[in-house]
Ligand binder design. Structure first.
Ligand code: HMH
Length: 225
């Protein structure tokens, strides 16, 4: 095993929980995009639900920003989270445009149970008691699952339908990858200084994000409600 000091706490957790991590980042929904067999009704279901999710993600990201500005000893943390928050405005516009293209109604969307659970979890992380190392780990995990998933769809030799390339590029691009890497560096630095209790909480939170992401993909596939 690689020493934690060399690979960082985050990568040591990814290795330790690789089965669950791969379950979230190589889900059958993503594999069906990359091999071109996706049923567009699954994509449309994902689009409508993810629009709701992203709207709920905004207050979560704002709460991380608040904690970054208060707790961090490195002022660049705040800038990384601020840029994420700023790009969410563009993301919401993109969802609206994409939904119009696919004839997906965005008003009165029935929020699926898995999405509700995820949004409730995000809300719990906005509380003042949720510590900065824990919430920055959550932010890293949430963004990285999408980055690893959608970048896979853009790899050479994959058969992602042209209609879905733009969606894949939102999260699969190099720029988004660099942002995830910045979050990982921040998380590692915070976790190195965290108490044992915070470390445990952050690891449990990472695992919870992976489970919720898997349930989110299952829902898009049209799994049970
Ligand atoms: C469910 C989900 N996870 C992660 C992201 C990335 O922001 C997203 N848009 N939706």
């Amino acid at each position: 095993m690689d020493p934690v000091e060399k690979i960082g706490i985050i990568n040591s957790w990814v290795k330790k929980h690789l089965v669950l991590y791969t379950g979230a980042t190589r889900h059958s929904f993503i594999l069906s995009i990359s091999d071109g067999t996706i049923d567009f009704s699954s994509f449309k279901r994902w689009l409508g639900q993810d629009y709701i999710f992203v709207r709920e993600f905004v207050p979560f990201a704002a709460s991380v920003l608040l904690k970054a500005s208060k707790n961090s000893d490195d002022s660049s943390d705040m800038e990384v989270v601020l840029s994420a928050l700023a790009s969410l405005s563009d993301e919401i516009s993109w969802f609206k445009k994409e939904a119009a293209k696919w004839d997906v109604p965005l008003s009165n969307v029935i929020v699926h149970k898995s999405n509700q659970n995820y949004c409730r979890f995000l809300e719990s992380l906005t509380l003042p008691e949720a510590e900065y190392p824990v919430v920055i780990t959550a932010l890293w995990a949430i963004e990285t699952v999408y980055q690893e998933s959608f970048s896979h769809c853009l790899e050479d030799g994959n058969k992602t339908p042209p209609e879905l390339q733009e969606a894949c590029k939102r999260w699969g691009s190099e720029g988004f990858g660099e942002y995830c890497h910045s979050l990982q560096k921040i998380a590692n630095r915070c976790l190195e200084k965290a108490s044992d209790e915070e470390l445990k909480k952050a690891e449990v939170t990472f695992l919870r994000v992976l489970e919720l992401e898997i349930e989110f993909w299952n829902m898009s596939h049209g799994g049970p409600k």
